[in-house]
Design a protein around this ligand. Structure first.
Ligand code: HEM
Length: 407
């Protein structure tokens, strides 16, 4: 399946992996431009593909291909550890982030600080700023009749908002975005050590300054927080803030890109939302089921048999959230977008103790964006002759989406 040159080493197939489970799947491959991102992942659910496959790419790892197992593995930290959240495994030695790479009980105190910083009350308080920023960005290009959606909107809304929450200058977004990209979609231009150093050189002076002169931003709140009764160390503060930055800079951006690519190509769905904005909140739920884009690994804690498959201690299992919402065992016609659909369980935000603490903020951004965009630019298309550009990796994303409309 890999259609580009491999960035990382291929592994030998271990003895405990049956040959019929082996498949060549590279998480970081970049298929041709006309490939649909979700259909590419769904090849792992084609008839005859086992529920767990093993690929030699990226150091060698399993992939869970079915929704129910994906949800179980995310939620079961007793059997599936978060100690490696990047592939290949050796990248985790250079890039360590908190609390995502911790299992309970160590995970808990860091997570409660994040929960507090992204609580429902905080998100409600942010809604006016989200709306104001959304409107000003759209009005900046509406009269022009075209925009490159990824760089002129999708990257600006969540990133500017997030940088405001952590009180960092919005001009720094390109530098931080470039570093985050090397974590989620490495292209070989930087080593993991260089990426970590880049974050360290940027963040550490900021954090030391905030320790000395705390503000009311999220980073200052983290630094003032207690970890089981003791202050957080500088190293922990760095790893925690780096995680929140990476998660906040690279996810809503990506969902926005995929859902706008869909709405540009599907006038009927778009018209339903234009005619009846009350449909927007259920539509956001459906978009989150339909456009999941994160794939994170877990590490098997001890030898075991799970769903008839023999796993060895230390085996890595990639757990793609895409393959839950899009699993036809969980949803009928899962590739169809249906705003009337009853949405059950999916794993777009993960599950269990690591379930995304930014989900409320993400939903608010998507809802407000649709309300403001569709009331201002109700009809739009992808520029004729252009193909949007999508990147694959731990987080899939749209980097070039040229849109046009009549003014
Ligand atoms: C639609 C947008 C988003 C998606 C699809 C998404 C997805 C996810 C997923 C799947 C996880 C689980 C990772 C795991 O179990 O290893 C996660 C964790 C996390 N997310 Fe999000 N996320 C989104 C938006 C955000 C935003 C806006 C923020 C912050 C402002 C955020 C902050 C975090 C953090 C800090 C974690 C780690 C939590 C932990 O380890 O306990 N996310 N996210």
């Amino acid at each position: 399946m890999a259609e580009t040159q491999l960035l990382f080493r291929k592994a030998e197939v271990p003895e405990h992996v049956p040959p019929e489970n082996v498949i060549d799947f590279d998480l970081f491959a970049q298929p041709s431009a006309d490939t649909d991102f979700f259909e590419y992942w769904k090849r792992l659910q084609a008839p005859g593909v086992p529920d767990f496959v093993w690929t030699p790419c990226n150091g060698g790892h399993w992939i869970a291909t079915r929704g129910e197992d994906i949800h179980t593995i995310y939620a079961d930290h007793d059997r599936f550890s978060s100690r490696n959240i990047l592939l290949p495994a050796e990248r985790n030695e250079a890039i360590r982030v908190l609390p995502t790479s911790l299992d309970p009980p160590e995970h808990r105190p860091f997570r409660s600080l994040i929960n507090h910083a992204l609580s429902p009350k905080v998100v409600r308080g942010l809604e006016p700023s989200i709306r104001e920023l959304t409107v000003s960005l759209i009005e900046g290009f509406r009269q022009r009749g075209h925009c490159e959606f990824a760089s002129e909107f999708a990257e600006l809304l969540p990133i500017s908002l997030f940088l405001k929450m952590v009180n960092l200058p919005v001009e720094d977004r390109l530098k931080l975005k470039a570093l985050s990209e090397q974590v989620n979609r490495p292209d070989g231009s930087m080593t993991p050590e260089e990426v970590n150093q880049g974050f360290y050189d940027y963040l550490m002076p900021v954090l030391l300054e905030r320790r000395a002169n705390p503000g009311d931003d999220i980073f200052s709140q983290f630094l003032a927080g207690s970890i089981d009764g003791r202050p957080m160390t500088d190293a922990e503060a760095f790893e925690l803030c780096m995680q929140v930055l990476i998660a906040g800079l690279d996810t809503v951006v990506s969902v926005l890109g995929f859902l706008m690519m869909f709405l540009a190509r599907n006038a009927e769905h778009r018209q339903l939302l234009v005619d009846d904005p009350a449909r927007i909140p259920p539509a956001v739920k459906e978009f989150l089921r339909r456009f999941p884009l994160v794939a994170i690994p877990r590490t098997v804690i001890h030898d075991m048999e799970f769903q008839g498959v023999r796993f060895k201690e230390g085996d890595l299992i990639l757990v793609p959230t895409m393959l839950h919402g899009l699993d036809d065992r969980a949803y009928q016609c899962p590739l169809e977008v249906d705003f009337e659909r009853r949405i059950g369980i999916h794993s777009t935000f993960g599950a269990g103790v690591h379930r995304c603490p930014g989900s409320l903020l993400a939903r608010a951004e998507l809802r407000i964006f649709l309300e403001e965009w569709l009331s201002r630019i109700p009809r739009f298309d992808i520029e004729p002759g252009r193909t949007p550009k999508v990147l694959y990796g731990i987080v899939g994303t749209v980097v070039d989406l040229p849109l046009v409309w009549q003014v």
